[in-house]
Write a protein that binds this ligand. Structure first.
Ligand SMILES: [Zn+2]
Ligand SMILES: [Zn+2]
Length: 490
């Protein structure tokens, strides 16, 4: 049998055309001299073949178009010629031009971004247990990706004309629905538009969920940062999102998210109001998703039928609010939530678990942040670790004591569960001596219901409020003691 390196170049080139993506192609070409020579001899054909292995043809055309238009827009500092550039790189002609190696790299990286966003979409609408791979069928996946590459193109065009190089003429043009309709949507079928509408609506909502304090008169986040920026923002804390999103002098002067709905209505489709569900479509069009799993599943605690929005440890990490210390510190019961001493020390402990609480500045040896997801898991385990009989009894009474991290809860019940357990977890950390400089102090009679803790910082600091209200019990005991004393009196 001949050695691989001794095969003719065209045979080796044929082998390289079968690689699944450009990373694999690169690794293969660098693995031996023969394969490298084959790539050098036939780069154009190999690059093209791998593009079709990486993406289905229906997805490749809009992806390549978006890359080429984006590159060309990046080379001009004006909003002129946008129409010419868009027409030059029409989807039907996109394969007439040879792929450059820069475009191959861009295709690879865009394919990765789109695949990651598809997993998020899958988790939200198709199957809430989608973890690291999408559960969309091959057909659904193709429709989703095609729509997202087109949205990518639209965001580039709007950002270029409206945000990056705004001049009055360019802005007026983009703000004109007719201009956008001719340039962006006219060549697309109504079915294509419905798929874009489905994905775009969701992206708008998903982006809204990312921001914390962004001014309401803003340019929509998806326009400002594009799909790649959206993925980067998803991993950040809300306050960091604000830092990344630049201040915009001029808010977007039109509601871009209404565009496709308006085009479809002009084409005489009856578009249902509210958020477009991926499993539904106007009469005459097909939905993006053919089937959805677990749509009617119920919350294990309150039995509400919210299916895909249910949460358990499989999907906690994909919900930004569950990963946020800023949010978690407010999930405390009653007046305890207004106890700034407890909130401050709890957050400091989350962020720097080895920090001495009497020393305000964290240093290099104060430890790395505790994962909020670890804390969540520990909350479910609390009944097994808390030694205080009073707190044990308190947990038994709240109806969540038999729940495990495997139980699917609605967001409302999960918030309720955290609010009822997080303070006990915090008590337990202190009771075990883990919180440096913050030992358990004497219990306040009113426990977490104490009103004084909300406005008297030294009281909040001096007494422990991570306990239940024992005041009535104390008064009753006192009364009983007095009565006993009286009975024994003269
Ligand atoms: Zn519930
Ligand atoms: Zn108190």
């Amino acid at each position: 049998m001949p050695l691989l390196a001794t095969l003719p170049l065209d045979v080796l080139a044929r082998i390289l055309t079968l690689t699944a993506d450009y990373n694999t192609l690169r690794a293969a070409a660098l693995s031996c001299k023969g394969l490298y020579a084959a790539y050098e001899a036939y780069p154009i054909g190999i690059n093209k073949s791998v593009a079709f292995n990486l993406l289905p043809a229906a997805v490749l055309a809009p992806a390549l178009r978006a890359i080429r238009v984006g590159d060309e827009l990046a080379s001009i500092s004006t909003s002129d010629n946008v129409e010419d550039i868009m027409h030059k790189h029409d989807e039907v002609r996109v394969f007439d031009t040879l792929l450059t190696s820069t475009e191959c790299t861009a295709l690879q990286s865009r394919a990765c971004v789109v695949a990651r966003i598809e997993v998020m979409f899958s988790r939200t609408f198709k199957d809430r247990t989608s973890v690291s791979s999408s559960r969309l069928s091959a057909g659904e996946s193709e429709l989703f990706q095609k729509a997202l590459h087109r949205i990518w193109l639209f965001t580039q065009v709007i950002r270029h004309c409206y945000v990056d190089f705004p001049d009055e003429v360019g802005r007026d043009e983009v703000a004109d629905f007719e201009w956008r309709k001719d340039l962006l949507y006219a060549n697309l079928s109504s079915q294509d538009l419905w798929e874009i509408e489905t994905v775009l609506r969701w992206l708008y909502v998903a982006c809204e969920d990312l921001k914390a304090f962004v001014d309401p008169d803003y340019v929509p986040i998806i326009v400002q940062v594009g799909p790649d920026g959206f993925i980067n923002l998803f991993d950040k804390e809300p306050s960091e999102v604000d830092e990344v999103i630049p201040d915009i002098d001029e808010p977007l002067g039109f509601e871009w998210e209404e565009d496709i709905r308006a085009v479809l209505e002009e084409r005489k489709f009856e578009v249902p109001g509210g958020v477009s569900r991926p499993e539904s479509a106007p009469k005459g069009l097909n939905p993006l998703l053919q089937t959805v799993f677990g749509k009617d599943d119920m919350c294990a605690s309150c039995s509400s039928k919210i299916g895909l929005a249910l949460l358990n440890q499989t999907n906690w990490e994909y919900n930004k609010w569950l990963r946020s210390f800023d949010r978690l510190q407010y999930l405390l019961p009653h007046n305890l939530v207004s106890n700034t001493h407890e909130r401050r020390t709890l957050t400091a402990y989350f962020k720097h678990p080895l920090q001495h609480m009497t020393k305000p500045t964290p240093t290099a040896d104060t430890g790395s942040p505790i994962s909020t997801l670890r804390v969540l898991r520990e909350l479910f385990d609390l009944p097994n670790v808390v030694t205080s009989p009073r707190l044990q009894a308190h947990m038994l009474a709240d109806g969540f004591s038999s729940m495990t991290p495997h139980d699917w809860l609605c967001p409302t019940c999960l918030v309720e569960f955290i609010t009822r357990h997080l303070w006990i977890w915090w008590w337990n950390e202190k009771a075990r001596g883990r919180v440096l400089g913050e030992p358990l102090r004497e219990d306040c009679w009113y426990g977490y219901e104490c009103r004084t803790q909300t406005h008297n910082f030294s009281h909040a600091q001096k007494l422990n409020h991570l306990c239940v209200n024992t005041n009535e019990e104390r008064l009753a005991a006192k009364k009983a003691g007095t009565a006993q004393g009286n009975a024994g009196g003269p």
